[in-house]
Design a protein around this ligand. Structure first.
Ligand SMILES: *Cc1c(COP(=O)(O)O)cnc(C)c1O
Length: 229
């Protein structure tokens, strides 16, 4: 199926249940993104800063860009002027750096805290207790120009659906607890980003508000630099 058809089908599937679609366009050329854009898709996710910035420069300015990959503090400045949501915040140091550059750009930057839920060593993210520690800290209270919109998590890359379901269930339960304890009056704390192509249906059953889909929309990825595709 074409990119346009994939977007249309996913919109039908997700809009009625009020789940946001982040089209993950990493490694894909701008022409592919433009096709999805022409079908009405406006939210795109990238995991590399340089690739994100180059695509931002070439594509329509009403696209909402999400960073979904690990962000190094020294690269925050490149995306701070335009990024819509940084989904992958995994330390206080990074949050402080985002706040600093948000101030410089005279804006508030929305973020999600990435929580580690997978049974794998390679994934980034904060542990449950680290999230609580961060939200309780005095440093956090001083951050005027970042807004924590919710949490993001990546389940274990496995065929075991029961395990994936349990990981998403745990994150959703944690999300509700965090909302009650730290954001009770803050309506903006309302995003739970979980689910990729292989597991988004399970994620939605477990309360996801935002799914990040790449291969389901754009086809499989070859691991090489996007410009050489
Ligand atoms: C690549 C990526 C996705 C999309 O993966 P697909 O399996 O292609 O849907 C989602 N989330 C993150 C964090 C990613 O890096």
């Amino acid at each position: 199926m074409s990119i346009a058809e994939n977007i249309r089908n996913l919109k039908n599937e997700l809009e009625t249940i009020n789940v946001k679609l982040v089209a993950v366009s990493k490694t894909k050329p701008v022409e592919d993104i433009q096709q999805a854009y022409n079908e009405g898709q406006r939210v795109f996710g990238e995991n590399m800063v340089q690739e994100l910035v180059e695509k931002y420069e070439q594509l329509p300015k009403d696209i909402e860009w999400h960073l979904i990959g690990h962000l190094q503090t020294n690269k925050v400045k490149y995306i701070a002027p335009f990024i819509s949501l940084i989904e992958s915040v995994d330390s206080m140091k990074l949050l402080q750096e985002i706040n600093k550059h948000a101030l410089k750009n005279n804006r508030v930057i929305d973020v999600l805290l990435q929580v580690y839920i997978a049974d794998e060593e390679t994934k980034y993210g904060l542990g449950f207790d680290e999230v609580i520690e961060l939200l309780r800290s005095d440093e956090f209270k001083e951050l005027t120009n970042v807004r924590v919109r919710g949490l993001m998590g990546i389940a274990t890359n496995t065929d075991n659906e029961k395990q994936i379901k349990e990981e998403f269930y745990e994150l959703e339960t944690f999300f509700e607890g965090i909302k009650q304890s730290y954001f009770r009056k803050d309506d903006y704390f309302n995003e739970l980003s979980m689910g990729m192509s292989s597991d988004y249906k399970i994620a939605i059953e477990q309360g996801s508000t935002m799914v990040r889909l790449g291969s389901t929309i754009f086809g499989g990825r070859v691991i090489k630099h996007w410009k050489n595709n």
